[in-house]
Structure formats: C-alpha cells, structure tokens
Design a protein around this ligand. Structure first.
Ligand code: PEP
Ligand code: MN
Length: 360
C-alpha cells in the first residue's frame, strides 16, 4: 500500500518541502480573499487555501459562501501566483472545485470520520490527477485516518498526503484539538512515504500558540503546515481566534528552524553512544516492569485467598500522589507520571484479574 505515492518534490505546482498552505478559514468576499492572497504572496508559503463549503458544528453559523467563491479563490491564486486548495466533502464539491480550476483538494476532519463520504469523494476522483490531502478524523483513530488515505489512493491518486489537525475531546485542554503527536508519528513509522503536514491553527485554536506547534511539526520531521490567515483576523466570519494576518504568517514561517533528519557521520557517532544508553535504560525499565507485575500477581494471590477486591482505592490514591511528588522532583511532568502510573496500574489489574479469576 502507498508505494506509488509521489514525494512532494514531484508534485509540481512549485510544491516542495516545507509545503506551507495558508489562507483564510473561509472565503468571504472577493476583496477579502484577493487582499489576503496578495499580502501572503511573499510570506514564504506554497499554496493558498480557503474554505468554500464550511462544515460547522452548529446550524446558523456561516456555512461558507458556496460555489461562487471558487472563482474568487482561483483568481486570487492567479493574482498572487499561488496554487489554490479547497476542502471537499462530496462528489459535487469535487466536480465544482476541479471545474473552477482549483489545484489541490483536501478532505476535512468531519468527512474523514465517515467512510461513505470519503468513498464518494474517492469515486469522484477516479481518472483525475490532482493532489489530495486527507485530514485526520475528529477522533484519535489512526486506522480510520489510514482508511481515508487508502480509499483515495485506491482511486488512483498518487499525489497524496495527510494533514494532522489534532483530535477533539470532551475534556478541556489548552488546545482546541489535542495534537496527540503520537498518531502522526505512528503513521510516519508505518508509511514513511506519506507526506504529513500539520495544521497548528485547528490544533491550537488560539493564534498565540501557533508558532510553537508549527516548530514541533518540523522537529518531528513532518513536511509542512496549513495555517489559517485572514486580512483582518478579529473580524473573520469563522475561526476568528485562531487566524493570523499574512504578515504574521511571514513571521511564523521565517522563524521556523528546519532541521535535517539526515545524520552526518559525526552526528551519527555522537547519537550512537547516547542511543546505546537509551536502549540499556529501556531494557532495564522492561525488566523492572516484569518484576513489578510478578509482585502484582503475588498480591493477587493474597487478595484471592482473603476474598478482597483488586481495587483498593485509598492505596491507589496514595501511590499516585506519592509517585507524582517524586517524579516532579526528577523534573518529570505531573501529567506524564499520572498517565504512566495509570498505564502500569491497568496492566497490574489485568495480571491480578487473571490470577484472581483462574479456575481452581
Ligand atoms: C478548516 O480547515 O477550515 C476545517 C474545517 O478544518 P477541520 O476539517 O480540520 O476541522
Ligand atoms: Mn477553520
């Protein structure tokens, strides 16, 4: 799967790494998209975006200017010398966007969750040679994201990439959509040929956080960004809090440190020693985990014999507090310790469950 995906350097349209798409969340008026595009022209970006059909969470919000805006977007692209990109969610969108001369299509997060919709879009792309980017689904499901990419790839699209835009959750966090970098990292591990660009705007939800998330994307060796930019962000008709001015895009892009993943010999040597240490420490951690689970099983034996429950809430609460306090002294974050202990506890419970419920 994915063997024939073209590297960005072969996509044409002036696309190369870093592949940076910027432009407004929504196309609002011809003046708005044209002015935004012209001000973005020299900010170091690769392509101009704008939403024409907007999948809004609640009805009654601005749902996009519709088909009419496609012509404005394409003209703004020509005026600024930038190829254009638009979100498509069904076959009609694909037909209208291609007919208007849009250069790049992307499938939004609310569409990727629905295999029927992705398949409809994929079917409408058969026999068409256009770059397509697939955003991650709203929920952190790597299989569903890959499934979307597979459907489009199977339709014959070879200029195919992924957009990491974060994952929604009920819990309130500093992010609008938690980045959960482990998902795109795992995608990269399994399918290194799929270009991945990060959308820090929808991840952060607030403009002040965007450049840090953008830098993280490049430190993880991803290939580019999608940044929402508006001529007058505060008065945008959608996603006002997260849009930046074209001048701010230029600042963000020029401030990026783009490191190479290729290792020179001396770097390789320096890393080899440290990586050896990491391997030894990890092996030691695994041995310790094995030992810890053995003790947990012995505790399970005692609990079984005495007829007491696996979960002893007070003891567990003491453990979590104590380990967080100690971890913080070692410069580990409290969230990390809490999550680590949670994972260890889950595994202990699995072991005790087996011991306590085994047949006599
Ligand atoms: C967008 O890019 O404007 C958009 C709707 O994003 P997402 O699909 O990531 O929510
Ligand atoms: Mn948006």
């Amino acid at each position: 799967m994915f063997d024939e995906i073209k590297p960005l350097s072969e996509w044409g349209l002036g696309i190369k790494r870093p592949f940076i798409i910027a432009g407004p969340c929504s196309c609002e008026t011809e003046e708005q998209i044209t002015e935004t595009a012209l001000r973005l022209k020299d900010s170091g970006i690769t392509a101009l975006r704008a939403g024409i059909w907007k999948p809004r969470t609640r009805p009654g919000m601005f749902e996009g200017i519709g088909k009419e805006g496609l012509g404005w977007l394409v003209s703004a692209g020509k005026a600024s010398g930038l190829p254009t990109a638009v979100e498509v969610a069904n076959a009609q969108h694909v037909e209208d966007a291609l007919h208007a001369g849009v250069d790049i299509l992307w499938i939004g997060a609310r569409t990727t969750v629905n295999p029927f919709s992705v398949q409809e879009v994929a079917d409408s792309l058969k026999g068409v040679d256009v770059p397509v980017l697939v955003k991650n689904p709203l929920n952190p499901d790597l299989q569903l994201w890959l499934g979307g990419l597979e459907r489009v790839y199977a339709a014959g699209i070879k200029r195919l990439g992924a957009i990491h835009r974060g994952f929604s959750s009920y819990e309130r966090t500093e992010y609008r959509n938690k980045p959960m970098w482990e998902l795109p990292i795992e995608m990269r591990r399994r399918h290194p040929m799929i270009p991945i660009i990060t959308d820090p705007s929808h991840i952060c939800g607030r403009r002040t956080m965007i450049s840090a998330a953008a830098q993280t994307a490049f430190d993880l060796d991803f290939d580019g960004l999608m940044i929402e930019s508006h001529r007058d962000p505060a008065n945008a008709w959608s996603d006002a809090d997260q849009q930046v001015t074209p001048e701010e895009v230029k600042e963000i892009v020029s401030g990026l440190v783009i490191r190479s993943s290729a290792l020179a010999h001396d770097t390789e040597d320096a890393l080899a020693v440290l990586r050896g240490q990491i391997d030894r420490i990890d092996n030691y951690l695994l041995e310790l985990m094995g030992e810890r689970m053995e003790v947990a099983r012995r505790i399970g034996d005692v609990k079984r014999e005495k007829g007491v429950t696996i979960l002893q809430a007070r003891r567990w609460d003491q453990i979590v507090r104590d380990r967080i306090e100690k971890g913080v002294q070692k410069e580990l974050t409290d969230t990390f310790i809490a999550e680590l202990m949670e994972a260890i506890h889950q595994e202990s419970i699995r072991h005790q469950n087996r011991v306590m419920n085994k047949a006599d």
